[in-house]
Design a protein around this ligand. Structure first.
Ligand code: NDP
Length: 453
């Protein structure tokens, strides 16, 4: 497995893939560790999570630089990512006991009935490279707190991150086998899911990868949580604060080089404010500092992999052939590394790639709509349903419009973001199940009814 620096194209390091017997040993270790881990008190597990948060904070510069080197995120954003991972550890260190407290039920006379939350065992997590620490801690913190043990199959372009995360849990004091990284290619994932020692699977990534994992897990009657792509609408109504919407929208599209499932991708703008919004939005986009991701001034770094940038540019080129207009950007940058400029498209025909597919890079499409109904129709005109953002000075109107959008979350006058305290996940082709909050921690547990007469 090779780690390549996308800002230069240079190879950073080569890692030996794990063999079949390495995987078997890891699964044995996971099974052994589970017996001890589930028997510990929740308080004990909470303390180890708090310790993992401390390890993250103590070494945040080192981890941030590993992220930036392997996938090109600007280092300031990598630092924020590591801090957010520490916060999700803190969150479950503080709240896991309450979230997993047994629920009493109204009981028939002479009996007591309650629900206990018991862990399932080893959970396989197939994770992507775009937030290589956050996506992992988002599953690991709640599932480990619940008493499960974790197996990580990370994206093949971030092996250094995968091993660094394993070290975080080791340094925090978690016993061997509680959290392990498997350096394996994706074609070995089915065998791991099929193994009796693995009890559930979670995947964050593309639709095809999600379908494959869900099909195999279904064959073996194992539960899955899928967090797939998105094509989030960013709806600007006629009474919006246009300047703030434009500034936030530019950031919501270009954070992480545009490689985020919850990035705002389709900007749906009321005709009365369309020209003002477009001018302000393009000014903001053009002012973003693109460059060396290790430079603290950089706001947009390289794309993570060459093949993904080629795919993104094909989506733009096909959309332009179909009639879309490039307002800014639109061609890979002529410089060392894998750089695509922040790009804005207008006159985007229905059904062209930039309209109907997820664009996983810094490409925004802007649509002009006549009224609120047309805005809602355009917002919902997608196979995805992850997040949405609505901009209006009238909060009641914002809530009304939020209720009409098919998505896992809608933010009014705010960009879409994940937060340890609130559930996160999608509908339609964006997947199913929820991560984070009290909902995330109970996705992979046995809700056991105990009836005592
Ligand atoms: P993938 O979905 O291919 O990769 C995500 C993870 O799934 C990786 O660990 C990958 O392993 C693994 N994987 C891939 N195929 C399978 C499979 N058939 N069975 C089991 N595991 C599999 O994403 P890419 O990195 O190729 O990116 C492609 C597109 O996916 C992006 O352009 C974007 O649209 C979407 N995406 C969405 C993300 C999100 O946050 N929802 C994150 C990343 C991508 P390996 O790396 O070894 O192939």
């Amino acid at each position: 497995m090779e780690a390549i620096d996308p800002s230069t194209g240079a190879r950073i390091e080569t890692y030996e893939e794990h063999t079949e017997s390495d995987v078997t040993e890891a699964l044995d270790r996971a099974t052994e560790a589970f017996d001890d881990w589930r028997a510990r008190s929740i308080r004990d597990r909470e303390q180890l999570l708090a310790a993992a948060g401390e390890v993250l904070r103590e070494n945040k510069r080192e981890y941030a630089e590993t992220i930036t080197r392997e996938m090109g995120k600007p280092v300031t954003q990598s630092l924020s990512e590591v801090e957010k991972c520490a916060r999700v550890c803190d969150h479950y260190a503080e709240h896991a006991s309450a979230y997993l407290d047994s629920d009493p039920h109204p009981s028939p006379p002479g009996s007591t009935v309650r629900t206990e939350y018991e862990p399932l065992g080893a959970v396989l997590a197939v994770m992507p490279w775009n937030f290589p620490f956050w996506q992992v801690f988002r599953f690991a913190a709640p599932y480990l707190a619940a008493g499960n043990v974790g197996l990580l199959k990370h994206a093949s372009n971030v092996p250094g991150c995968a091993l660094a995360i394993e070290d975080v849990f080791r340094e925090a004091g978690c016993p061997e086998g509680v959290f392990q990284s498997l350096l394996i290619p994706s074609d070995l994932v089915d065998d791991v899911i099929a193994d009796d020692r693995v009890r559930a699977a979670t995947l964050t990534g593309s639709g095809p990868a999600g379908r494959s994992v869900a099909a195999t897990a279904g064959d073996h009657l194992k539960k899955t949580v899928l967090e797939l792509g998105g094509s989030d609408p960013f709806v600007v109504l006629d009474d919006a604060d246009v300047e703030t919407a434009a500034e936030t929208g530019a950031w919501a599209r270009n954070l992480n080089g545009g490689q985020s499932c919850i990035a705002a991708k389709r900007f749906v703008v009321h005709t009365d404010v369309y020209d003002d919004f477009l001018d302000a939005f393009v000014d903001e986009i053009d002012s973003l500092a693109v460059g060396d991701p290790m430079d603290e001034e950089t706001e947009v770094g390289p794309q993570a992999r060459e093949d993904l940038m080629v795919e993104l540019h094909e989506q733009v080129a096909e959309s332009v052939d179909a009639g879309a207009t490039i307002v800014t950007g639109g061609e890979p940058l002529d410089r060392e590394g894998i750089f695509y400029p922040p790009t804005v498209l207008t006159d985007v025909p229905e059904g062209c790639p930039a309209d109907s597919e997820e664009t996983f890079g810094p490409v925004a499409t802007v649509y002009e709509v006549a009224d609120e109904d047309e805005a809602v129709d355009k917002a919902n005109d997608t196979n995805f349903g992850l997040g949405a953002s609505v901009w209006t000075e009238d909060r009641d109107r914002g809530e009304r419009v939020a209720g009409r959008i098919d998505a896992g979350c809608v933010y009014v006058n705010q960009l879409v973001k994940s937060d340890p305290r609130v559930p996160f996940g999608g509908v339609k082709d964006s997947g199913y199940g929820r991560e984070l909050s009290e909902v995330g921690i109970t996705e992979f547990v046995n809700r056991k009814t105990v009836w005592v007469e």
